[in-house]
Design a protein around this ligand. Structure first.
Ligand SMILES: Nc1ncnc2c1ncn2[C@@H]1O[C@H](COP(=O)(O)OP(=O)(O)OP(=O)(O)O)[C@@H](O)[C@H]1O
Ligand SMILES: N[C@@H](CCO)C(=O)O
Length: 356
């Protein structure tokens, strides 16, 4: 559970007094997530999400994220809308942390998304890239310049001395020395606002007997300005492998063979994306390297968290070895692996599946 900062009913009630959101009925910490503390608030006016920002977050950058969500939402992407208090402010302080209340999105995430969901997320990513146009830039704090620093810092924490951990650190270091010189120059590919963490747990779906649709995208707190295709590479990493849930139950040894790449899902992501924003040849050619970079980014943040998560935090650590496997997969790929457009036969007009 990701609650780093527990709150009392009194604190939440007092906080809510500054908003026009009715009276507090109930609140609870939310089990999912690793970055921030999240609470579900039930008030007499409905459900809302309260987030307290914890780590890897410079409070000075919070207005940028709130502006992005407001803009995307105004342009038709279903995402949380920041809610202003009675003085018009969306960003406040609670328990010594910056805090925000956002609208609650209905639906639920899919732990094991199928090819249809992969196509829908590809399409939603292209919508996000289109809707994000025209906003000021925010640098990617977890981009390639940050990776060597992060790797260096991984060994400082508790448990960093184990042989298995050291082997993974060494492997990441070797891969990094090959990856960094191959990384595209900033002007080489189209850039824009990217989500940068579009994992299955950040995408909601709704379904009934007649149809299934993607109902919303959450968690924009890693969003930044970078290669649009890097966002696609993150989605290919996060949505197109199947894995055993190995995180906390690891008993040692290598995790080789725990994850399997699904080319049909990758084809579905690309087809969904290109149904709105066809890739340029240079973007296709860069995808194998960008996929290695995306695997590296999540390998490194997970590796760092493996040894730096406070023992009393209510949080389930994520498995860095699963991303080492993805990195190996993408390092083995031919540079032409994504060079041709794909056809999956899933075409349905975008994101909505009509059931028979
Ligand atoms: N606007 C929302 N509407 C509905 N549920 C939400 C909303 N925002 C967050 N949640 C719930 O809270 C959980 C955690 O939120 P979020 O993913 O933003 O946390 P995080 O700590 O930033 O996670 P991550 O590890 O993905 O970075 C989500 O999985 C979801 O269940
Ligand atoms: N989505 C990330 C956690 C947030 O950075 C991961 O699965 O490692």
């Amino acid at each position: 559970m990701a609650v780093y900062t527990p709150l009392s009913t009194e604190q939440v009630r007092e906080f809510l007094n500054h908003y026009d959101l009715g009276e507090l009925v109930a609140f609870q910490g939310i089990a999912e997530g690793v970055e921030n503390s999240n609470f579900l608030l039930q008030t007499t006016r409905g459900r809302f999400i309260l987030t307290l920002f914890e780590r890897r977050m410079d409070p000075a950058e919070l207005p940028w994220f709130l502006e992005l969500m407001g803009r995307l939402s105004a342009r038709g992407l279903s995402c949380p809308q920041p809610i202003a208090d009675r003085t018009g402010r969306t960003l406040s302080q609670l328990a010594g942390k910056p805090g925000v209340i956002v609208s609650f999105l209905p639906g639920s995430s899919q732990a094991h998304p199928d090819a249809w969901a992969c196509r829908a997320v590809g399409r939603a990513l292209a919508e996000l890239h289109e809707a994000g146009k025209g906003m000021g830039a925010r640098a990617n704090r977890l981009g390639p310049e940050a990776w060597p620093v992060l790797l260096e810092a991984c060994g400082d924490g508790k448990g960093g001395e184990s042989a298995e951990f050291s082997a993974l650190q060494a492997e990441a270091g070797q891969a990094l020395s090959r990856l960094l010189p191959a990384w595209p120059k900033p002007e080489a590919l189209p850039r824009g606002q990217i989500h940068a963490d579009l994992f299955p747990d950040n995408v909601f779906f709704l379904s009934d007997a007649y149809e299934r649709r993607l109902s919303g995208v959450i968690d924009f707190y890693f969003a930044c300005t970078d290669f649009l295709t890097y966002d696609l590479a993150i989605v290919l990493n996060a949505w197109c492998f199947e894995e055993a849930d190995a995180a906390e139950s690891r008993s040692g040894g290598s995790s080789e063979g725990r994850v399997i790449f699904r080319p049909d899902k990758a084809a579905a992501v690309l087809e969904g994306y290109e149904s709105l924003r066809p890739l340029e040849p240079a973007e296709r050619a860069a995808l194998p390297v960008l996929c290695q970079g995306a695997a590296m980014r999540f390998l490194l943040t997970r590796l760092y968290d493996w040894t730096h998560t406070p023992p009393d935090a209510q949080v389930t650590r994520k498995d860095p070895w699963a991303y080492a496997e993805r990195l190996r997969h993408f390092m083995r790929l031919s540079p032409q692996a994504f060079s041709l457009p794909v056809e999956t036969g899933l075409k349905d007009g975008g994101g909505r599946e009509v059931k028979a």
